[in-house]
Design a protein around this ligand. Structure first.
Ligand SMILES: [Zn+2]
Length: 82
């Protein structure tokens, strides 16, 4: 995510890899560590969801590199690097 520090970007990359490699090993509830601010779900295509920085509405986008996601609730456009 834009604005994230180096450490959280590293963690994101690691979580993304884990989500790709073992989509079922993470249990019935898809997701990542609590408090990470995002969660992965689905598989082929893998998707990531994260809260809108403005209204906290969940935004879900496919994992395919840098893209712009638009919040369905408040219309905020968030640039993210998935
Ligand atoms: Zn929003």
């Amino acid at each position: 995510m834009v604005g994230s520090g180096w450490a959280s970007r590293r963690r994101y990359a690691k979580d993304r890899r884990l989500a790709r490699e073992s989509p079922r090993a993470r249990g019935a509830r898809p997701g990542v560590e609590p408090g990470a601010g995002y969660a992965f779900e689905g598989h082929a295509p893998l998707q990531v969801r994260f809260p809108c920085p403005v209204c906290n509405q969940r935004i879900r986008v496919p994992v395919r590199g840098r893209l712009r996601a638009r919040c369905g609730l408040c219309g905020t456009v968030v640039e993210c690097d998935t």
